[in-house]
Design a protein around this ligand. Structure first.
Ligand SMILES: Cc1cc2nc3c(=O)[nH]c(=O)nc-3n(C[C@H](O)[C@H](O)[C@H](O)COP(=O)(O)O)c2cc1C
Length: 152
């Protein structure tokens, strides 16, 4: 199965670590959101979209890619890192890919180190080795038993 993982990561490169772990485990192609042509997504059997959470949602470059991708009936998975986690963080991206005709087969989240005001540190050291192992397990699961999850 040809899998593309598109991500955006800039704060502590937390999501990049997760995306790399997933790509290695699932033998997937890895690309940054701003390097992807929306039309290229059609060439893959499954696409993953992930980033840190900024202001309660995925990065604008990921949301823009979901807006710009052509309509396609494709299995997709969503992932993120953030300081806390609320299920709603994935909602804006969820809605966009579903509007395009995609089916969300799985979602993944883990804590990401966050620095606020230069001295407040949260989730220091995350994603840690356990988080990355969870990401690998998640990615391997995509190859064997993708199951459709919540559709809004
Ligand atoms: C500008 C900014 C806004 C953020 N907003 C949120 C937020 O709304 N909720 C949350 O749980 N974490 C928030 N975070 C924490 C990041 O989601 C977290 O550090 C994430 O792991 C960063 O991913 P990255 O290193 O891949 O960029 C924010 C971080 C930054 C820098």
């Amino acid at each position: 199965m040809k899998i593309l993982i598109v991500y955006m990561s800039y704060h502590h490169m937390n999501t990049e670590k997760v995306a790399r772990a997933m790509a290695e485990a699932a033998d997937a192609t890895l690309a940054k959101a701003d390097e992807v042509n929306p039309g290229d997504l059609a060439g893959y059997d499954m696409v993953g979209f992930g980033s840190g959470i900024y202001g309660g949602k995925h990065h604008t470059s990921i949301l823009a890619l979901a807006d710009e991708m052509p309509p396609m009936e494709k299995p997709v998975f969503l992932f993120s890192t953030s300081s806390g986690y609320k299920e709603e963080f994935h909602t804006p991206l969820r809605r966009k890919v579903i509007t395009k005709g995609c089916t969300i087969v799985a979602e993944f989240h883990c804590p990401g180190e966050t620095t606020l005001l230069k001295f407040i540190r949260m989730n220091k050291g995350h994603p840690d080795e356990k988080d990355l192992e969870d990401a690998r397990t998640f990615a391997k699961g995509l190859l064997t038993a993708p199951v459709a999850v919540k559709q809004e």
